[in-house]
Design a protein around this ligand. Sequence first.
Ligand code: GDD
Length: 357
Amino acid sequence: MSFSLIIPTLNEAENIDPLLSGIFSLDTLGSQFEVIIVDDGSTDGTPDKVRQWQNTHNVRLIERRAQPDLTASILDGTAVARYEVIAVMDADLSHPPDKLAALIQPILDGTHDITIGSRYIAGGNTVGWPFYRLWLSRAGGWLARIICDVNDATSGFFAFRRELIGNITKNARGYKILLELLMTGQGRLRVKEIPISFRDRLHGNSKLSLTHHLVYLLQLITLAGGTVSFHTASRFAIVGFLGVFVDVLIFQWMTGHGASLASAHISSFIAAASFNYTINSKWSFRLHHAGHLHWQQFIRFLTVGVFALLLRGAILAWLVYTWGISAEWAIFPAILTTAMVNYLGSAFYVFPRTEPP
Ligand code: GDD
């Protein structure tokens, strides 16, 4: 079997010996493979542990000096890999090395493009994780199913043909490089999931943080085609505030000049929506907009606005009449929900991503 096995490490000194012994003692893999350990500045002596294996086994060590990152490490490892088939696994003994052959063979045979060591299909399981970890992982997997038909898209144990990595942007970061890979083929990739028993690490700590979870959510949104980001959200909020002034000014002016309540209400809404659309398309979502105003896009913006308005009324009525909350307080959650719906409608429906993520 000719393949490169990439193992990212961050403070895994205690795991290196049992991991590499486990891999090199397998007789299913033959001798035609290399192990590339990509270390991200471990301070517990991980690189020294790896060096001890370098004279006797086909082990390479890459010591990164950049900002530590799992995806960036795997990209760097792939860039120097000698073989066309790449496998990735964690260093913390969570993934069973004896499943490597089953992962690699379908890629070598050319029957599949990506294989995944899956915890969430028949025969797979997770041992030793606390409930919250399992729940978070399952939730992440279910969300991923919105964009790709895979049971364990957050697995860290997978194999693929090296050329696929060329479709991933060099700036990709975070924990979920597999998700990026799966999305490169836009549903045309042949994917096979192989059941594995994942067990929680015995030594060292997980490096998965809240930031990684948030980055994952943003990554999902981006891959799904949305343009959600702090940049677009903050500008959208500013435009929303300005739009309220436009709305109120026109409403006051019209009612002050004898217009009926209905015509003042509708006119001020359309004027504010036009104002918001123009500034959002030229400023907030400028990067995701062709540069000139589109009628179709404007109609979509109005549609989202009307829907949000109806929703606001429904939430208000529900909070006031069903829950007995006073209207002065109920208006706040109603506005908040409407603002979010408006923003997500803009990010996914009015100004979706036009360029590949
Ligand atoms: N080079 C490098 N740089 N390696 C890293 C970094 C980093 O910034 N962060 C973590 N690693 C390495 C760890 O040393 C370990 O070998 C592997 O990546 C997994 O990291 P953990 O932090 O131990 O992940 P986990 O066990 O909690 O997470 C498991 O579940 C995740 C969610 O499903 C793994 O299966 C992950 O692969 C999976 O994404």
